[in-house]
Design a protein around this ligand. Sequence first.
Ligand code: PHB
Length: 558
Amino acid sequence: MPLPPSPVAAADQAPAEAVAPLIRGTTVLRALTDTDGALSLPELERATGLARATLDRLTGTLERMGYLRMDGRTPVLAPPLMELGNAYLEGLRLPDLLGPYARELAGELNESVSLAVADGAGVRFIHQTTRRRALSVSFRVGDLLPVERCGPGPLVAAGWHEADWERWRRRRAADPDGVGFPALPPGDAARVPAEAEFIAWARQAGEQGWALDDQLIEPGLVALSLPVHAPDGTLACVASLVSHTSRHSAEDLRERLLPTVRETVAAMERRLREAPHPEPAPPGAHRASWISASKQELGQGFVGSLARGLGVLTAFGPGRESLPLTAVAQATGQARATARRALITLTHLGYVTSEAGTFRLTPRVLALGYAPLSDLRLPQIAQPHLTTLTERVHDSTSLAVLDGDEVRYTARVAARRIMSVDVTVGTRLPAHATSTGRVLLGALPAADRARHLARAHLTSLTPHTVTGREELAAVLDQVAASGYALVDQELEEGLRSIAVPVHDRTGRAVAAVNVALHSGRRTTREIVADVLPELRATADAITADLRVAGRFSHVQEA
Ligand code: PHB
């Protein structure tokens, strides 16, 4: 298992003013990231070298911030943590400006396209449009690869100075097996270029303006990479077209597809030249009062300096990518001296760089949980929220998506009762007679809804089932207006359920959450009075997670 650098060592070399809890807290987040998001407390103790009592306070603080949750006794990274990486990516702007071009190229060639930036002696992905089929690994936004093992690497190294080469040599010597690169598939050392080979590759790539990865990272995986230049001529990022040898050989990529990729890169560079500088957006949530309230409530269990230190990262964003100390202090509501110590610490750890009195985030911010979290699908995001809801209402809860005339359950938490409804993940039920189905039908654009109503089989399942098309249309209008659907024994005698929608960033209802219960448990009036507010709070929490998680990558709905 890859171990992050020991926090003890990091603290030893840290500047005198560094904030030790911030160093330790980021070490915990790194350890969880490198093991794909979850690690038991004893494993975390071993991986970080931190005492259990310290770990408990750090994980308690991160849990309070929403950055991790406890799955039983195991800390697990949680989607709100992605706000840190989002602050970096929003300030960088490249995914927003160039993502549409990457998607278009991927669609045209039906292959994957990625964007990556230099990060020390590595290359970190900042965008992925994945069209990947079987037989190959897929890297995620936030994943880091060694420069010598991927197409973008030699293009980055082409601009290196001697000090950069020296740093690369030190890294190779210290970590010959690539333990510091958890995204690297377990590999075959034979494919790792020797030093002289990589130097020659970098020189050639710089001269010709492209580089080919012919299965360096994984058998079968081939990539053609091109530099994308910023208006000042520096390297902004590297665009890669990624394929598989079953469709294209590496040579084939270069001979047949290079001109197309070149055109896209030229369009990307034009976009970078022409994009107006964004108006500075207001900084994120003002945290100072929240931090003191948490301290009041949790006392010793809340490490305020960790919360304040991580809060500094969220001061950055679109139009706020480069900030002087004063602006960071203002945005976070912190005293200058406090913000300054946090910035010194974050600079020491490599998450921030400074130049001429202004600070900016580095791609390393993405190492704080981004890659494993960007992999989560909607059911996984919803699951812990459903668990909380079931604990609160003591009835079964589910997440469902619309699938033709039916709803399909994608997540489910059953309450322990004898009279529970027999639904499991994968169960399909007729949309017209279920609360989740009605919420999702009610949210469809008018034309889609009309088409759906015209062709659906409105089967009668109990004497109460609404089967008239006009009557159902009126029910759906009512559902859309009220924002919830309550179905009383139309699917099954003795079964009531209530559902509300979950929205994506664009406001589209992508799924519905419901609570289902036996009619003897609560009257319909009680359901609306007691269950609906809890259900709405759950849907809001899932929607909020989805907003953060879906900012730069597509969250699979099922
Ligand atoms: C990728 O985007 O997954 C990728 C890009 C370049 C490589 C390998 C993989 O060389």
